[in-house]
Design a protein around this ligand. Structure first.
Ligand code: FAD
Length: 399
């Protein structure tokens, strides 16, 4: 495997940097560099800009209307976007349900949603987990019964991220109550359909992205079924493998470590810098090594994807290493903030520049604690790490 970037890759990197310099609005970059949750309007604006410039659908093939970039160019694009502070596009649309629809959906479904996802006109929530079905997802109980030309959905989902600002929810339901995995189907539900109720769950970071969703006699046309009835488990596994590969988050790990290095190199007002303290310098070096290892693991996964090989459970490997590194970098980020690490600067639309932050803080501080608290969940969402370790062990032991 040759992981060196050749001159064409470097030219591509320069092209992306030039694009970001010219087109990324400063207010979007400011919010995003802080690590705050993306706002729907920020994401919509940025996706529109990408689309207008031919950069929408970085991970989509050209025949779906995407860029058709190689996995390596997608990697470079994501890396540069995060470093510049560009908001994420709607991950649930581009990386989760979009590829499911484009691979398994009807022609009508592809035509309806593909172009709208690319233009940033439709946002999605992932309705999988339930109060008694997280790691053991197949034991979900939300059900869909056929009534004429409609499915009637009843049940309850939990931890549904960003659904409060979504237009559509892709929901796993039981269409056959007797069967386990083969009784599961995937159905698209408009968030505003009568009978859908959303209740917010506020988290420790004093922000809001999590919700409970209740379905009470929600009626949707039979044509909202994705693919075939009873195949929802197959589509969910396909989707979750993509989600886990995404949650390696090399670009975010890289951007966070660079931010940390930036403020460890700053004079703290007494002529001293954190980087000059051996304990801090050693930990930063150790994180650097872990980051390099994650980069090579990610590139290896991309190489295998390109070559059509799939010997290892790469999604699970990337998820475990990437999520743990994000938390380790977060630990040092908060510690390095000293007293300023005690405070959560909540994810607000208010002015959080240094002179307006309360309590007063250096320019680099706001947002770090809020992001740190949210990232406690990285080892849980997308499938808990303990469960991923079992998947990895089973694969290596060929069980
Ligand atoms: C911030 C956040 C965002 C989320 N967003 C979404 C979303 O948008 N849509 C959605 O559908 N879900 C979402 N989730 C839910 C997430 O997918 C589940 O929380 C996760 O799958 C774990 O399920 P659970 O919470 O029911 O925990 P449980 O499955 O009850 O697990 C509890 C603990 O037991 C351990 N455990 C369970 N089974 C095993 C096993 N077989 N072997 C070893 N250990 C085990 C787990 O590792 C964990 O530590 C989100 C969760 C969080 C925290």
């Amino acid at each position: 495997m040759d992981f060196t970037f050749d001159s064409a890759d470097e030219a591509f990197r320069s092209q992306i940097r030039a694009f970001l310099n010219a087109h990324l609005p400063a207010d979007l970059a400011h919010r995003n560099r802080r690590g705050y949750h993306p706002l729907r309007e920020d994401t919509r604006r940025w996706t529109g800009i990408l689309h207008a410039n031919g950069y929408a659908g970085a991970n989509w093939p050209a025949h779906w209307g995407g860029t058709g970039w190689s996995p390596l160019h997608q990697f470079i694009f994501d890396e540069q976007c995060l470093l510049a502070g560009a908001p994420a596009v709607d991950t649930a649309g581009f990386k989760m349900i979009g590829p499911v629809i484009m691979n398994f959906g009807s022609d009508a479904m592809k035509a309806e949603y593909g172009p709208r996802i690319l233009r940033g006109e439709v946002f999605w929530g992932q309705g999988f987990s339930e109060p008694n079905a997280g790691s053991d997802l197949a034991s979900l109980t939300t059900r869909a019964d056929v009534d004429g030309d409609y499915y009637v959905i009843n049940g309850r989902k939990i931890w549904t991220s960003f659904v409060e600002s979504a237009d559509m929810i892709f929901v796993l339901v039981k269409t056959d109550l007797q069967a386990r995995q083969r009784g599961i189907s995937m159905i698209l539900v408009p968030r505003e359909a009568p009978g859908v109720t959303i209740r917010p769950i506020h988290d420790i970071g004093e922000s809001h992205s999590l919700n409970e969703v209740f379905f009470d006699d929600v009626r949707v046309p039979l044509s909202n079924l994705v693919g075939e009835e009873g195949k929802g488990w197959t589509y969910a596994k396909f989707l979750l493998e993509n989600e886990r590969a995404t949650s390696a988050e090399w670009p975010r790990n890289n951007a966070n470590l660079q931010r940390l290095r930036g403020y460890m190199n700053q004079d703290r007002g007494d002529g001293r810098r954190l980087i000059d303290r051996p304990g801090y310098a050693r930990r930063l070096a150790s994180l650097d090594v872990d980051l390099a290892a994650l980069k090579w693991l990610t590139l290896r996964a991309l190489h295998e994807k390109t070559g059509g090989q799939n010997h290892l459970p790469m999604g699970s490997l990337l998820k475990v290493r990437g999520s743990e590194l994000l938390q380790k970098i977060g630990d040092l980020q908060v510690e390095a903030l000293g007293a300023h690490g005690l405070y959560v600067y909540p994810d607000t639309l208010g002015d959080d520049t240094a002179e307006h932050a309360w309590p007063p803080a250096p320019e680099y501080a706001p947002g770090i604690m809020a992001d740190y608290l949210y990232r406690r969940a990285t080892t849980i969402y997308g499938g808990a790490n303990e469960v991923q370790r079992t998947i990895i062990a089973r694969s290596f032991l060929e069980l």
